[in-house]
Design a protein around this ligand. Structure first.
Ligand code: ADP
Ligand code: MG
Length: 729
C-alpha cells in the first residue's frame, strides 16, 4: 500500500520538533568510550600482551595465538562490562557498505549451563557464510569459502550490544574479496617506497604514514515523503521529477542556517561519532537544498576509511530516529548539485614531517618538491586508473554536471607551486642548487616561503587539487568506499617512488652526485607530467577537447572505464607493489561490471513500473477529464464559440496523448533492450550493452514524464514533487 502524495506531505509538515538534548558532559569526557583504544587496552591487557599488540600495529610484527588469546580475553572483559552480548567480524565487501554476522558470546559449558566465551581463535579468524558476497568467481574455483581475519591496526568498537572487530575478507586461497585488504597492502607499499626516498633527505625516518581526511556529503529527505517515492526507496535517486522553480539559484541554502530538525539530527549523529572515536569536526549546509556535509579531523588512512564506513551506517540509523532518510547516492536530484566524498590525502613521517609541507630549510624544500612531483607523475601515468577507481553507475550521474569535476583526471597546483616547478624545469643545476660549506643542499632560485598556504588560490573545478599541505581528490562519490580511490592512489605513488629511486640510482651509477641525480630526474618528470597539470576551468567544454589532445583519459562509459584496471602497465604496477594480482584485478572487474549491470537494471525496472503503473494511468484520467470538458463545451456553446473555446483544451489533450504514446513505446523498447542485454553471458559485454542500449532510455522517458508533470492536475500527480522533497520544514 502506498502513502498518497498529500498524506505524505501533510505528515511531513506536521512533524513535532525534536526536543533539544543538552549533552551532560564535554566531548573529551566521552570520546571513544565505545572503542578498545590504546588507553583501554592498557587497562585490560597485561603489560606483555599490550606490548606485543602495539608492536604488531606499529611495526607489523605477527601476533601469535597465545597473544591473540590474551587480547581476546581482555576485549571480552571490557565488552561484558559494557553489557555487550554479541560479537561480529566487521568487513567491507565489494558491494559497498559493510557486512557483519552477529554471534552471541555464550557457549555451552558441558554441564547444562552456559559461559561467556571469546577466544583468540574467534578473534583472529572467522568463516562467515559469505557465499552471497560477490567474489568475481574467485571462490567458485575452490569452495564457496571466504575468511574474515582480524585487522589489529583498527581498534574494535561497540555498537549497541555488539562488539565489532574490523577484519579483512579474503578467499580461501588468500585473494582479497574486499576493500580493506588491498588498502592495507597499498599503505604498506607506499610506506616502504616513501621511506626509501625519504632517506635521500633524512636517515632518521623509519615509517611513512598515509593520511586521509574525507568530507562526506549527503542529502536528507523526510521519511514520509521518501516512503511515497518508490524510486528513492529502491534506487536512492529520483528517476522522475521536474525541477523545482526554485532550487539552488539563490545559494541561500549554502549560506543559510541549518534547519532546527536537521541540527537535532546532526547533534545526535556527532555524539554517536564521538562515542565511537570518530573525530568529526565540521558540519555545514552544502550548495543544494537539503544537502549537508560532515568532515572529521584526518587520520591514518585505513582507520579513517573504517571510520567513514562506520559513519555511513550510523548516519542511516540516526536519521531514522529523526524521521529522515539519508541519501548517499551521488545524484539523487536532477538539476541540483550531486554529493561527493572529497578525499584529502597526505603522507607524514614518524619524525613528524608532512611530506607535502615545504619545510623551514632548503633541503626540506627539495624533499617537498620530490614528493609533489612524484605524485604528479603517478597521477599523470595512472589518470585512467584513478578515474576507474571512482567510476560507478551512480557517480556517473554526478561527474561533469552541476559543479562536479568532469570525468577527466587533472591536477591543480596553484600559482606558487606551478611557478616553482616551471622555474625548476628551466634552470640548470648550477643555477638551482648550491651546496654550502656544510654540504647542505638548497635551491638557488629562492626560498619557498615557509608559510605556503594560500587559501584564496583554490580551484574548485579540479578533480585532484593541491591544497597547501595535501592533495584533495574530489572525484570520489558520496556512496563510495574511500578504499577504492585510496588504494589506487597509494599504489600508483608507491610504484612511482620506486621508479624514482631507480632513476636516481642509475644517474648516480653514471657518476653523478646525489643532488645532481635527484635534480635531473625531477626536471625530466616535471616535463613529462605537464599534460596532467591544469589550472583552468575544469567544467568548460574546451577543457574536454584540450584534455583529449593531451592524451588524458576521457572515456565516459563506466563499463569501459573499468578496462583501465587491466591495462598491462596497471597490472604491472599493482603486481610490483604487491597490492593486487592480475587474478584479483580480473575478479574485481567482474564484480564491478556485475554491480553496474544490476544498478542500471533495477533503475530500468523501477522506471518502467512507475511509468506504466503510477504515471500513465493518472495521466489518462486527466486526459479523460479534458475530453469530457471538450465534449461539454460542444454541448453548451454555439459551433463558433466552441471552435474558439475548445482550441486550448484540444491542444493540451493532443500534447498529452503524444507523451503517453512516447512513454509507453519507450518503456516497451527499454524492456526489449534489457532482454537482449540479458542474453549476453560475459559481464563486460553485458555491462556495455546496459550502458549503451538501456541507460539512454532512462533520461528519454524521464523527459516526457517531467513535461507531463507540468501539464497534469497537481492534485492528481501521484508522486511528491521536487519542491516538496527538497525543502525541509
Ligand atoms: P574544504 O571544504 O575547504 O575542502 P574542510 O575543512 O571541509 O575543507 O575539509 C578539509 C578536510 O581535509 C578535513 O577532513 C581535514 O581533516 C582534511 N585534512 C586537513 N589536513 C590534512 C592533511 N594533512 N592530510 C589529510 N587530510 C587533511
Ligand atoms: Mg574539500
Amino acid at each position: 500500500m502506498s502513502i498518497s502524495r498529500f498524506h505524505a506531505v501533510e505528515k511531513a509538515s506536521n512533524r513535532k520538533p525534536v526536543a533539544a538534548t543538552i549533552p551532560a558532559t564535554k566531548v573529551s569526557d566521552y570520546f571513544g568510550i565505545h572503542v578498545f583504544t590504546r588507553k583501554t587496552q592498557k587497562k585490560y591487557l597485561s603489560k606483555e600482551t599490550y606490548g606485543a599488540l602495539t608492536r604488531a600495529i606499529d611495526q607489523g610484527t605477527p601476533i601469535d595465538r597465545e597473544i591473540a588469546n590474551h587480547v581476546a580475553a581482555g576485549m571480552r572483559m571490557w565488552a561484558l562490562e559494557k553489557g555487550v552480548t554479541h560479537y561480529t567480524h566487521w568487513f567491507q565487501p565489494l558491494t559497498d557498505g559493510t557486512a557483519e554476522k552477529h554471534d552471541a558470546f555464550v557457549e555451552l559449558d558441558g554441564n547444562g549451563g552456559m559461559i561467556e566465551a571469546f577466544s583468540g581463535k574467534i578473534l583472529v579468524q572467522q568463516e562467515p557464510d559469505a557465499s552471497s558476497f560477490p567474489s568475481g568467481g574467485l571462490r567458485n574455483t575452490f569452495e564457496a569459502r571466504g575468511y574474515s581475519a582480524w585487522d589489529p591496526s583498527s581498534p574494535a568498537f561497540i555498537v549497541d550490544d555488539t562488539l565489532c572487530i574490523p577484519t579483512v575478507f579474503i578467499a580461501y586461497t588468500g585473494e582479497a574479496l574486499d576493500y580493506k585488504t588491498p588498502l592495507i597492502r597499498s599503505i604498506e607499499a607506499l610506506n616502504k617506497a616513501a621511506v626509501d626516498v625519504c632517506h635521500y633527505f633524512d636517515e632518521e625516518v623509519n615509517k611513512v604514514i598515509t593520511y586521509l581526511g574525507w568530507e562526506q556529503e549527503y542529502f536528507l529527505v523526510d521519511e514520509a515523503l521518501y516512503a511515497a517515492r518508490p524510486d528513492l526507496m529502491l534506487t536512492e535517486r529520483t528517476l522522475l521529477g521536474h525541477e523545482s522553480a526554485k532550487n539552488q539559484q539563490l545559494d541561500d541554502h549554502y549560506f543559510g542556517s541549518i534547519p532546527t530538525r536537521v541540527q537535532e539530527f546532526m547533534k545526535d549523529l556527532e555524539e554517536e561519532c564521538y562515542i565511537l572515536g570518530i573525530p568529526v569536526k565540521t558540519r555545514h549546509n552544502e550548495v543544494a537544498p537539503n544537502q549537508f556535509e560532515l568532515a572529521p579531523i584526518y587520520e591514518e588512512c585505513n582507520l579513517a576509511n573504517d571510520h567513514n564506513q562506520l559513519l555511513l551506517s550510523i548516519m542511516k540509523r540516526v536519521a531514522r530516529h529523526h524521521n529522515f532518510r539519508i541519501l548517499l547516492h551521488e545524484k539523487p536530484f536532477m538539476g541540483v548539485n550531486g554529493s561527493g566524498k572529497h578525499c584529502n590525502w597526505s603522507m607524514g613521517t614518524d619524525t613528524g614531517i608532512n611530506l607535502f609541507s615545504p619545510g623551514k630549510d632548503r633541503e626540506d624544500n627539495l624533499r617537498f618538491i620530490t614528493f609533489v612531483v612524484n605524485t604528479l607523475m603517478a597521477v599523470y601515468k595512472y589518470n585512467g586508473l584513478l578515474k576507474a577507481s571512482i567510476a560507478s553507475a551512480t557517480n556517473a550521474f554526478r561527474l561533469g554536471a552541476n559543479e562536479a569535476p568532469p570525468a577527466i583526471i587533472s591536477s591543480f597546483l596553484g600559482k606558487q607551486i606551478s611557478e616553482i616547478l616551471d622555474k625548476f624545469e628551466n634552470s640548470s643545476i648550477e643555477d638551482a642548487i648550491e651546496v654550502d660549506a656544510k654540504k647542505r643542499l638548497y635551491l638557488g632560485f629562492g626560498q619557498i616561503p615557509e608559510l605556503l598556504l594560500d587559501n584564496t588560490d583554490r580551484n574548485r573545478t579540479s578533480p585532484f587539487a593541491f591544497t597547501g599541505n595535501r592533495f584533495e581528490f574530489r572525484a570520489p562519490g558520496s556512496s563510495a568506499n574511500c578504499g577504492s580511490p585510496m588504494l589506487a592512489l597509494n599504489s600508483a605513488v608507491a610504484y612511482q617512488l620506486m621508479q624514482f629511486k631507480k632513476d636516481v640510482e642509475n644517474k648516480r651509477a653514471e657518476g653523478k652526485s646525489k643532488e645532481a641525480a635527484i635534480f635531473e630526474v625531477l626536471k625530466a618528470y616535471i616535463k613529462e607530467s605537464k599534460p596532467v597539470r591544469f589550472d583552468g576551468n575544469g567544467y568548460s567544454e574546451e577543457w574536454k577537447e584540450e584534455a583529449a589532445k593531451r592524451g588524458l583519459d576521457c572515456e565516459t562509459s563506466v563499463p569501459l572505464q573499468y578496462d583501465a584496471y587491466l591495462r598491462p602497465e596497471v597490472v604491472c604496477m599493482f603486481g610490483a607493489t604487491g597490492v593486487l594480482s592480475q587474478k584479483e584485478l580480473e575478479a574485481r572487474n567482474e564484480v564491478k561490471w556485475e554491480m553496474y549491470i544490476k544498478k542500471v537494471q533495477i533503475e530500468a525496472r523501477v522506471l518502467g513500473d512507475l511509468s506504466l503503473n503510477h504515471i500513465i494511468p493518472v495521466v489518462i484520467r486527466y486526459q479523460t477529464a479534458l475530453l469530457e470538458n471538450i465534449a461539454r463545451l460542444k454541448e453548451t456553446f454555439s459551433a463558433e464559440e466552441y471552435e474558439e473555446l475548445s482550441f486550448e483544451p484540444k491542444r493540451l489533450t493532443r500534447k498529452i496523448a503524444t507523451h503517453i504514446c512516447a512513454v509507453t513505446k519507450m518503456v516497451e523498447e527499454m524492456i526489449e533492450a534489457r532482454k537482449v542485454a540479458n542474453r549476453l553471458t560475459d559481464y563486460r559485454e553485458k555491462a556495455i550493452a546496459y550502458h549503451d542500449t538501456v541507460l539512454p532510455y532512462l533520461d528519454e522517458i524521464r523527459d516526457h514524464i517531467d513535461d507531463l508533470e507540468l501539464m497534469v492536475d497537481n492534485q492528481m500527480w501521484p508522486l511528491p514533487k521536487y519542491r516538496e522533497l527538497l525543502f525541509l520544514r
